[in-house]
Design a binder for this molecule. Structure first.
Ligand code: C2E
Ligand code: CA
Ligand code: CA
Ligand code: CA
Length: 273
């Protein structure tokens, strides 16, 4: 069976082989990205109904020396598979918290909250809670301004463990947002069980507003659900004034999307209305 297995390599789909090689190369490069300083943190504003910036989401970027900017949609899943996400996640958290500490020290910025994406693998690391608390302490960032964005998949996998970790961090003031709401295997039961502060309506639903009645129904009921559970709700991927107006009319009070600002380097971030 082993010999046959080896022989099949000769009949390997050449296209697939090219793709696997490209992936292996990308993975090797990604291993070097952190020590070589190729990662950057970008920031995208979140605004209230008046357009005032109330928060910022940190989004990682990889400036590849040859390929240019590689999308996190491409390298984060890769990093998840090989555990590089843990080191990348630490770097993101530390960089974000340093920025948050700088904002907190500036009276004009001190109310800003900073949202950081946490991948399931990173969250499951045994020392995750300690890492977050140590990072807050080392950087001087206020815990009450830090929001960790988690996804439904994480909550399904290790529910009790996830819950106790969230409770531990929450007790220190750290907030939690449920990212990409509606795209996972939603069980509404965990919304009640988990210490969440915010629901983020996935951009796939926002994109189809005013075009697709099903998306409108999902978004409207998500907003209503969030309100009745006393959770903040943020609509992601808001690109048009028509989408914003629709969301506002249905009770959404916080928005994120290209209409208000793309993710940019901190120097380019416009925080004043
Ligand atoms: P996400 O957390 O759902 O982030 C929102 C994504 O939507 C970002 O893509 C953002 O640039 C994009 N976006 C924002 N506004 C608009 C809009 O109006 N229209 C459209 N079409 N897109 C918009 P990005 O930066 O490419 O990140 C993709 C995903 O990669 C993120 O999705 C998140 O899951 C992951 N990611 C990014 N940074 C990190 C990180 O530091 N750690 C982890 N674990 N994951 C990250
Ligand atoms: Ca996010
Ligand atoms: Ca999202
Ligand atoms: Ca997403």
């Amino acid at each position: 069976a082993k010999a046959a297995g080896r022989n099949t390599l000769a009949f390997f789909d050449p296209e697939m082989q090219v793709r696997l090689q490209a992936r292996a190369r990308l993975e090797a490069d990604l291993r070097q990205a952190l020590p070589k300083g190729e990662l950057r943190l970008y920031y995208q504003p979140q605004v209230d109904e008046r357009g005032v910036v109330i928060g910022v989401e940190a989004l990682v970027r990889w400036q590849h020396p040859v390929r240019g900017q590689v999308s996190p949609g491409e390298f984060i899943p890769l990093a998840e598979e090989n555990r590089l996400i843990v080191a990348i996640g630490h770097w993101v958290l530390e960089t974000a918290c340093r920025q948050l500490a700088a904002w907190a020290a500036d009276p004009a910025r001190s109310a800003l909250s900073l949202s950081v994406n946490v991948s399931p693998r990173q969250f499951r690391e045994p020392d995750f809670v300690d890492r977050v608390l140590e990072t807050l302490e080392a950087t001087g960032a206020p815990a009450s301004r830090l929001k960790l964005e988690v996804t439904e998949s994480l909550l399904l996998e290790a529910r009790d463990e996830a819950r106790s970790r969230m409770l531990e961090l929450r007790a220190r003031g750290v907030g939690f947002a449920l990212d990409d709401f509606g795209t996972g295997y939603s069980s509404l039961a965990y919304l009640k069980r988990l210490p969440l502060d915010q629901l983020k309506i996935d951009q796939s639903f926002v994109r189809d507003l005013l075009e697709d009645e099903a998306s409108e129904a999902i978004v409207a009921s998500t907003i209503a659900l969030a309100q009745s559970l006393k959770l903040e709700v943020v609509a992601e991927g808001v690109e048009t004034e028509a989408q914003r107006a629709w969301l506002l009319a249905h009770g959404c009070r916080a928005f994120q999307g290209y209409l208000f600002g793309r993710p940019v380097a901190v120097e380019a971030l416009e925080l004043d209305a």
